[in-house]
Design a protein around this ligand. Structure first.
Ligand code: A2P
Length: 337
């Protein structure tokens, strides 16, 4: 059986990774429809000897598609997801538009695959930081019972899209020539800087990105009482997010049990040999399907406390890969209709 697949936002940073991963994972597609804005309409996308003409997204873009992965921002998702759904196309949405809608499953296939099967035409992909954090937190939750966590993120520039990556490159090049390029995408220079600000600020001083970790973690792990305190920071890393987490659990931590729980969980690696200078780093987990966890140590700052560091490719597990895994899950459970 083969499927007709669309990508809304095909020209963007995540869209390009979706094209790559659909091929790399041999996703059974018979047609690939690449959708973007009028700016890209008519341009040609080439990949491994094949070429596609980019189409401007409109009301009839979703006709006959089985799946469409949306990665063009919340505004486009709100406009086009209901239209795609009406056309009988399953939407897998990377934006935050539907994540907290109770009728829309929010899915990490390794964690809550059953939720995907309850879809009514739209399935939401979690925020990139949430997806990567949960790849470490969920197996530990299964082992010890998660109560609360404090997280600090180190978020890569490609998470802000292709334009942001260009801004980093341009500022680095300018700096090497003794020049300055004023920021456009970010509020401050990103080259040789860190910016403790991701997404808009709420009135209480937290950002929307920081609150996503709380709300989405509760929904995905079905943990209504989970407490989360997060500080999101943009760092001048091209690709792959890292998160430093200190979590408090219901039960006492046994480090060897914690390590075994990580090793037994799919698609997360334990890289935790600090004496040999081995710990996960973004440079080693860019363009890699697995996330990685290391620096695991017990802490007394919280009851039954455990600190660790988790790294993963936010364009893949935080977006493109997770979305494709959801489509694969539906296909494997015969639920793609
Ligand atoms: P386009 O390249 O035509 O602007 P990124 O996250 O890397 O910034 O990419 C955003 C993606 O969303 C791009 O593919 C972009 O297409 C697409 N996009 C932006 N605005 C629209 C729109 N109005 N309709 C359809 N796609 C859009």
């Amino acid at each position: 059986m083969t499927y007709k697949v669309g990508i809304l936002g095909a020209t963007g940073a995540v869209g390009q990774e979706i094209i790559h991963l659909l091929h790399e994972r041999k996703f059974p597609f018979s047609e690939l429809r690449l959708l973007a804005s009028s700016r890209s309409a008519g341009k040609v996308q080439e990949y491994q000897g094949n070429s596609w003409t980019i189409e401007e997204t409109n009301q009839s873009s979703f006709k006959d598609l089985d799946f469409c992965i949306f990665s063009a921002g919340g505004g486009q998702s709100k406009t086009f997801a209901p239209i795609a759904k009406e056309a009988g196309c399953i939407v897998i949405d990377n934006s935050s538009a539907f994540r907290m809608d109770p009728s829309v499953p929010l899915v990490v296939p390794e964690i809550n695959p059953e939720a995907a099967l309850t879809h009514q035409g739209i399935i939401a992909n979690p925020n990139c930081t949430t997806a990567i954090s949960l790849m470490g937190l969920f197996p530990l939750h299964k082992a010890f019972g998660l109560k609360s966590l404090i997280a600090c993120t180190y978020q890569a520039v490609s998470g802000s899209g292709a334009e942001a990556l260009q801004e980093l490159d341009d500022q680095l090049m300018a700096w090497s020539k003794g020049k300055n390029i004023p920021p456009k995408v970010y509020p401050h220079p990103i080259a040789f800087n860190v910016i403790p600000h991701v997404d808009d600020f709420n009135d209480d001083g937290f950002t929307r990105e920081e609150m996503k970790l709380l709300h989405e973690s509760r929904k995905i792990m079905d943990l209504d009482d989970l407490m989360v305190n997060c500080t999101c920071v943009r760092v001048p890393v091209r690709r792959a997010h890292s998160i430093a987490i200190t979590a408090s659990f219901e039960n006492a931590i046994d480090l060897s049990v914690a390590k075994e729980a990580i090793k037994a969980f799919p698609n997360v690696e334990l890289i935790d040999n600090p004496q040999q200078l081995e710990y996960p780093m973004p440079i080693n987990y860019s363009g890699v399907s697995s996330c990685a966890l290391g620096r695991m140590r017990k802490t007394e700052i919280l009851p039954n406390g455990l600190s660790f560091w988790v790294t993963g490719d936010q364009l893949w597990k935080g977006a493109a890969l997770n979305a494709i895994q959801i489509a694969e899950l539906l296909i494997s459970r015969n639920s793609a209709s």
